[in-house]
Design a protein around this ligand. Structure first.
Ligand code: NAD
Ligand code: TDX
Length: 337
């Protein structure tokens, strides 16, 4: 599968990771035309891709569950890169319904269109499908780890992975799957951990830490994720799954203290809040297969430098996030978080 794709359909291209991927493609592969299909939910912002040339990127506002629209767009594409999802664990605990619809039904709808038109499909998924690891466990997730999702969000992502695998085996469509660890970088919605704490400090609100703060996430810069997805799309083996990670394990409390320090605040200036129900303890990715077979490796290996740049981005782009800050914090406050 090394052929070059001239026209790709990117679902969820107005969200955090999808829009960073669209920027990556326009920057690194300008010969490729990108059609973005995005419903523009609370998490989708057309401004994320508005600066890109209209000759390279077209935005179609619509739902991945819309069979007719999806069929039309897939039929005109060489490949689909599927990012669109409901993505926030806390939201999935309050109301799982849109997660089942978009993450499961929406993936089904895309797979069926790819089957009808023989179009290559790359499915963007998460390491959360593998459940969690203990803090003192030396193990990391691999492509062979059993599926053990814990939250409504991760269970719907696991369900979508299963659909993709079954469609590949039964109908022989050309698919690949990637399961990536926690992303950070520009354009991430301020409901998520790192931008929530940065924007809290910028607004004079005390950051909020769940539980005992010792939960570990394996951080990767979103640009490294984009390069990995492109590599898998163009060089990956059909039917294969690749784990994406950058050896970035850090406890939440360490990340929060670093944010406070970089932003010139005392490192204990935060509130302990109610833990997330079913909160996964630790994620850790072994990305040896991707590195060995496709020659990918992360560029952003200095987390502190990447975090400092991310803090600078949110400090300089107040107009991008300020309108949604009140509503986001009100929602958290009503949940005791
Ligand atoms: P996000 O919430 O920032 O963006 C999701 C985008 O999908 C938004 O633009 C939204 O409008 C769009 N969307 C939602 N429902 C839709 C629908 N029914 N039809 C069309 N568009 C719809 O999410 P993100 O953090 O950028 O995550 C993108 C993908 O990457 C998801 O599939 C997620 O599971 C996966 N992922 C995320 C992370 C992470 O750290 N954020 C890590 C690994 C994998
Ligand atoms: O205010 C907070 N305080 C806090 O301690 C928030 C919002 C989160 N947390 C904790 C919970 C997690 O241990 O920080 C950690 C990261 O939380 P999130 O940003 O909500 O990410 P997570 O639940 O780990 O899931 C993310 O990575 C995997 C993405 O949201 C998923 O889409 C992706 O699949």
């Amino acid at each position: 599968m090394s052929e070059q794709y001239r026209h790709i359909l990117v679902t969820g291209g107005c969200g955090f990771i999808g829009s960073n991927f669209v920027h990556y493609v326009v920057r690194e592969h300008p010969e490729v035309h990108v059609t973005v299909l995005d419903k523009l939910t609370y998490a989708g912002n057309p401004e994320n891709i508005a600066s890109l040339p209209s000759s390279s990127v077209e935005l179609v506002v619509g739902d991945i569950c819309d069979v007719k629209l999806v069929d039309e767009l897939v039929s005109g594409s060489d490949a689909v890169v599927h990012y669109a999802a409901e993505s926030h664990n806390d939201n999935s605990i309050c109301d799982p319904s849109p997660f089942v619809l978009t993450n499961v039904q929406g993936t089904f709808c895309l797979l069926e269109a790819c089957r009808r038109h023989g179009v290559r499909f790359h499915h963007v998924s998460t390491d959360e499908v593998y459940g969690d690891l203990a803090l003192d466990d030396p193990a990391r997730f691999t492509e062979e780890s059993p599926y053990r999702p814990s939250s409504p969000y991760s269970s719907t992502k696991a369900a979508s992975d299963m659909l993709v695998r079954a469609w590949a085996r039964t109908y022989d469509i050309l698919v690949t799957i990637s399961n990536c660890s926690n992303n950070y970088g520009p354009y991430q919605h301020i409901e998520k951990f790192i931008p929530r704490q940065i924007t809290n400090v910028l607004c004079g609100i005390r950051p909020k830490l769940y539980g005992d703060g010792r939960n570990v996430r394996d951080w990767i810069h979103t640009d490294d994720h984009s390069r990995a997805v492109w590599k898998i799309l163009t060089c990956g083996q059909a039917g294969e799954t690749y784990l994406i990670g950058a050896d970035g394990e850090r406890s939440n409390i360490d990340v929060l203290r670093e944010i406070l320090t970089v932003m010139g605040r005392p490192e204990d200036e935060f509130d302990w809040v109610r833990d997330r129900p079913g909160h996964d303890r630790r994620y850790a990715i072994d990305s040896a297969k991707l590195r060995r077979e496709l020659g990918w490796k992360p560029i952003y290996t200095d987390f502190s430098q990447g975090l400092a740049r991310t803090i600078a981005w949110y400090s300089e782009h107040g107009q991008w996030w300020r309108d949604s800050k009140d509503a986001t914090e009100k929602k958290y406050a009503s949940q005791g978080q």
